[in-house]
Write a protein that binds this ligand. Structure first.
Ligand code: SAH
Length: 368
């Protein structure tokens, strides 16, 4: 698909036309990753963060957010609940908290792997390169690090470096690959200052960066952040909206561009609409990340407003199975790595391309 066609799809608002695109993505999802939906139990480990991202509610400069850090025992209790619930993976996420030392995280990973046999995904932002290798050696399977936007000027403005000379996130993604992780990234849709061209570049980058997991969610303004109070959008015809419709289109295009990857139906999409999660699953997503953070801490991990509202996190496995049945899908058991990663990792120590993911032409319904 040419860039101009991507942009036309991103600008499309006609529900009938979009339904065709979403259906095409759903077919590709079925063919490449199947009908299972995999559960990843999310545990928010710390709301302390040294970084000052202009979009994020737990940025260091927000003095109104309560800070918490789970103890090792609390993390292990959460992991036990994740395993009991039937998830094959636990995702440990947090701010860039200096007290979450590499040794502490590595020991948590080792204990979770030994005691519960779960796949472990880490999402602790930017860390020294050496940490990635230590964490991988401790048994961590996956690492999530969104590059947030492919527009370098917007990225630099919204995601200022913590110390001079830091590697940009896209470089860190290459290091994560080299360390042997299954690598996840993604972007926010509708960040003020981002154009349709930028989102087209995000999509092209997902493929170029050879990602295994791709999360895209709408940007949701947080009033206690600089971006929430001073958004600086482009003129209306150029600014990409941060709405559910555009997000679903990006999810669908992501599936068409990167067919064998794992794509979550994000909580941010579910925050915009009560049926947001189901919409995500209908247009290409195959992963669900229910929240297992202890309820008393949940409101404090407020990266955007509304996130802490009761969601499907409180559902029982039975309820989730019912939702999946309604969608004609089944519950994935076990760790559920992406076929993209499995194909990539058979050629040891090389970044071989995934034979399932096309490098040039993408078959889609024509928009012209
Ligand atoms: N410290 C980790 C985890 C951050 S939270 C890291 O930086 O990777 C995970 C993701 O939430 C971020 O990567 C970002 O894409 C998303 N996020 C942050 N603020 C948001 C907002 N206001 N609206 C929507 N998504 C947001």
């Amino acid at each position: 698909m040419e860039r101009t066609e991507i942009i036309r799809w991103l600008r499309e608002r006609n529900p009938g036309r979009l339904a065709e695109l979403w259906a095409a993505a759903d077919r590709v999802r079925h063919d490449h990753v199947g009908d299972q939906i995999y559960l990843r139990g999310l545990v928010e480990v710390s709301s302390y963060c040294r970084r000052n991202c202009a979009y994020c509610g737990i940025r260091a400069g927000n003095f109104r957010v309560e800070r918490f850090r789970l103890t090792a025992d609390e993390v292990l209790d959460c992991a036990a609940r994740v395993a009991d619930f039937g998830c094959g993976t636990v995702v440990l996420q947090g701010g860039e908290d200096p007290k979450l030392t590499v040794d502490l995280v590595a020991s948590l990973v080792r204990r979770i792997k030994t005691e519960f046999g779960l796949a472990v995904t880490l999402s602790f932002g930017e860390r020294p390169l050496a940490d990635f290798h230590v964490l991988r050696a401790a048994g961590a399977d996956r690492y999530l690090l969104r590059f947030e936007t492919s527009n370098p000027e917007v990225y630099a403005r919204l995601h200022p470096p913590h110390i001079a000379g830091e590697l940009p996130r896209r470089e860190l993604l290459r290091e994560l690959h080299a360390a042997g992780f299954e690598v996840g990234s993604g972007s926010m849709i509708g960040l003020p200052g981002t154009s349709y061209d930028d989102v087209a570049n995000d999509l092209l980058d997902f493929r170029e960066l050879d990602l295994d997991m791709i999360g895209v969610g709408p940007y949701i303004p947080h009033p206690e952040t600089p971006l929430g109070s001073h958004p600086r959008p482009l003129p209306p015809n150029e600014q990409v909206p941060n709405d559910w419709l555009t997000t679903c289109t990006v999810v669908a295009l992501t599936r068409l561009f990167c067919p064998a990857t794992n794509i979550p139906a994000t909580t941010a999409l579910a925050t915009l609409r009560p049926d947001g999660r189901e919409l995500g699953f209908r247009c290409g997503a195959n992963v669900w990340m229910p929240n297992f953070t202890p309820p008393r801490y949940r409101a404090s991990y407020e990266i955007y407003p509304g996130k802490a509202a009761p969601t499907h996190a409180e559902l029982r496995l039975h309820d989730i199975s019912e939702i999946l049945a309604r969608l004609g899908r089944t519950l994935g058991r076990g760790p559920g790595p992406s076929p993209h990663y499995l194909t990539r990792s058979v050629t040891a120590n090389t970044r071989a391309s995934c034979s399932e993911c096309p490098t040039s032409s993408v078959a889609t319904p024509s928009i012209s």
